[in-house]
Design a protein around this ligand. Sequence first.
Ligand SMILES: *[C@@H]1O[C@H](CO)[C@@H](O)[C@H](O)[C@H]1NC(C)=O
Ligand SMILES: *[C@@H]1O[C@H](CO)[C@@H](O)[C@H](O)[C@H]1NC(C)=O
Ligand SMILES: *[C@@H]1O[C@H](CO)[C@@H](O)[C@H](O)[C@H]1NC(C)=O
Ligand SMILES: *[C@@H]1O[C@H](CO)[C@@H](O)[C@H](O)[C@H]1NC(C)=O
Length: 436
Amino acid sequence: MLPTTLTSLIVSFLDVFTSRYHFSTTAPAPALAPRPAKLQFQLRHLHAVSPSAHVVFSDITPDSISRRPVYDNYTTHEFLSGSNQTTYSLHTRPLRTHRLKSFQSHSEARLRSLHHLQTTPAHQLWDEPEEVDGPDVQNRETLLELAKMTNNAYLEPGQDGWYDLDERWNVSYPFGWEPDADGFRGHVFATPDNSTVVLSIKGTSSGFFGNGGPTVKKDKLNDNLLFSCCCARVDFTWSVVCDCWRGGGKCDIQCLEDALVEESLFYPIGTNLYNNLTYMYPDSDIWVIGHSLGGALGSLLGATFGAPVVTFESPGEKMAAGRLHLPSPPSTHHITHVYHTADPIAMGTCTGVLSSCAIAGYALESRCHLGKTILYDTVSVLDWSVDVRKHGIVNVIEKILAEPWPPSIEEDREVPEAKAEEDCVECYSYEFGDFP
Ligand SMILES: *[C@@H]1O[C@H](CO)[C@@H](O)[C@H](O)[C@H]1NC(C)=O
Ligand SMILES: *[C@@H]1O[C@H](CO)[C@@H](O)[C@H](O)[C@H]1NC(C)=O
Ligand SMILES: *[C@@H]1O[C@H](CO)[C@@H](O)[C@H](O)[C@H]1NC(C)=O
Ligand SMILES: *[C@@H]1O[C@H](CO)[C@@H](O)[C@H](O)[C@H]1NC(C)=O
């Protein structure tokens, strides 16, 4: 084996050759066209979900930065701050993905699975694999920029509304949202030529469509249905969000799915958002990024449309994908989750009656993620204790991604290796099945 320095030297020579020189030999031309090493993104739109569950977009122009955006009658507290970064530079990496052929057929396949337990072969729903430029998730600066793009930039400190992170982080609202915040919101970024568009979904719960909006309660229930084991039955004192628990650790799966389908807006809001965006940018490559539940939703969109996805501190969404009967895509390797071991929400350890999640009325018990995971072991490396306040994205930006990560440097890498979560087990104390 070559010493690592020599290997990287050879690799960098190869890089130079393939990108700068044309080969004049008769050898077959390299399969890959030269790709831009970096893409520049600018903030273009805000998106949000109105109280009536409609997706709304608002354009950002250079002179709208630093003044109040008027994009939704409903949001009165938003200010854009001129001091915030609005352009981002990201390294790319070739990635194989399968594009969805038709959303209509996907929806039909999902319903066939739900109502008739029929499985549709993946090749009927998705195209043959295709190589696209995805975000370079092995590059620390790229992860850092992506994390910033999911963050609460464009808001003046102290303003209510969008984001309640950092010092406003409050264990009463432990997931980065607050009761009077809207549902999903976020930003849309694009390259100057519109070739690549990034959809960033902020980590709110779909549970809060505003003060007393009609869907508030319903969607808090939904989060509990999707991310808890069995109707958020944390213990006997909880009023359950569905009635599927059958005693003795048994949970009726059909009952669970029925409850979910009747109520759920979580996934349809995401697919509407994505479909609206592709309507606006029909020829663009779309990437999806998100924090927390926004990341979980982003991952489900990636598993549907085949778009590259990067999430930060997202709760396990694999169980949700199953409960929603999403058809299994040919591959999920285009989905990357970034989280750390001291975040009980991403780790699925925010469980039990006394946890801060339970205190806020949430049971986020799922643990397993689709795709690949870049796990920062902050508990061992930084001596952090597990704490729901470590879930915030600012924490990830400033304490984890801003500096080189020593254990990765030792391995001659920039970030921990992305790995599939093999043998992930969740909700092991429940038995799921037909218990009518
Ligand atoms: C855009 O989203 C709305 C819901 O807000 C949905 O009714 C509509 O079909 C979507 N448009 C497209 C082109 O997907
Ligand atoms: C917009 O806000 C005003 C003031 O709160 C309210 O009177 C009006 O009904 C709202 N309009 C819509 C369409 O929600
Ligand atoms: C958390 O938020 C609640 C409700 O707004 C407030 O009463 C409480 O004082 C806050 N706690 C801290 C530690 O900021
Ligand atoms: C990119 O999309 C925007 C809409 O957001 C449009 O106004 C602009 O003309 C497009 N630019 C190019 C180069 O196509």
